[in-house]
Write a protein that binds this ligand. Structure first.
Ligand code: PMP
Length: 293
């Protein structure tokens, strides 16, 4: 077996250096397509069904028929992890509109391209979780659900990339995005929670956020641990005055936030609720999931 990573493209496993799609693919030309970011822990794929459902919902929303049943898609993901010998991995599934002409019309694209990339997961430094991070509110607003619904995980990520650039220019690892009305939405690639008097608060999905799968897991684990979650409209004032704050996402898991726009959150250290959730989440990810074998 080649030491090169194998990428699944339209049913074939291709070495990474040869894993290519056409420049006429509308995913490349227009960002016309959908994707998912998934993780495998300890030989099991975490929340696989939830990610697959979200992928197919995103596809349906843009009238993209994925030429693979959900079960086949799951098998393909498991197969790709297996051939690459990966037990802990980051998985990227991309379904693009496919090759077309230079116009916008998706009807000219006859066959979607399906790509499954599995790779070693690049973990964030431990220090980040121990000390927490500082974030800033960015000026670019989260896409309005009336124009491009953030619940649709499309290949158009410029809204988030512009926000990330702004945060990076301000010297901060992550940016906080607001809705058009100025309410708290989410990070550039994570959802946001605050903790106040041992209760969790997070913006509701209808505010125009990605309904994160980690967000949902955290809501459920927190409930079991006796911390109720309120899905409610949040202002920056609420965030600045929170006891604790954290971000959630597949890649980042749960990251404590200790400063927002120069305001110290709580006592400036990751809070007890956040720390206990991180601990519980880490155990949970090792326990559940769809086995690769
Ligand atoms: N918000 C945005 C904009 C995202 O791209 C993501 C996923 N990277 C999230 C939130 C977190 O979602 P999940 O927990 O499903 O990874």
């Amino acid at each position: 077996m080649s030491s090169e990573l194998l990428v699944w493209i339209n049913g074939e496993l291709v070495p990474k250096s040869q894993a290519k799609v056409s420049v006429f693919d509308h995913g490349f030309l227009y960002g016309d397509g959908v994707f998912e970011g998934i993780r495998a822990y300890n030989g099991k794929v975490f929340m696989l069904d939830e990610h697959i459902d979200r992928l197919y919902e995103s596809a349906k929303s843009i009238c993209l028929v994925i030429p693979l049943e959900k079960e086949q898609m799951k098998k393909a993901i498991l197969q790709t992890l297996k051939v690459n010998g990966l037990l802990n991995a980051y998985i990227r599934v991309v379904v693009s509109r496919g090759e077309g002409d230079l116009g916008l019309d998706p009807r000219k694209c006859l066959k979607p391209n399906i790509v499954i990339i599995t790779d070693k997961i690049e973990l964030f430094p431990d220090e980040l979780y121990e000390r927490g991070i500082e974030i800033v509110t960015v000026s670019v607003r989260r896409n309005s659900p009336q124009s491009l619904n953030p619940n649709l995980k499309s290949l158009n990520y410029l809204n988030n990339i512009l926000a990330k650039i702004e945060a990076t220019n301000a010297g901060k690892p992550e940016g906080l995005m607001l809705t058009l009305d100025g309410y708290v939405a989410e990070g550039t690639g994570e959802n946001i929670f605050i903790v106040k008097r041992k209760e969790l608060f997070t913006p509701p999905a209808y505010m125009g956020i990605l309904k994160g799968i980690t967000r949902q897991v955290v809501i459920e684990l927190a409930k079991e641990m006796g911390y109720p979650t309120n899905e409610t409209v949040l202002t920056l004032h609420d965030v600045y005055n929170a006891d604790e704050c954290f971000l959630t996402g597949t890649g980042a898991e749960i990251v404590p936030v200790v400063k927002v726009d120069g305001r110290i959150i709580g006592d400036g250290f990751p809070g007890t609720v956040t720390k206990s959730l991180i601990q519980r989440f880490r155990v949970y990810t090792q326990q559940v999931g769809v086995p690769i074998e």
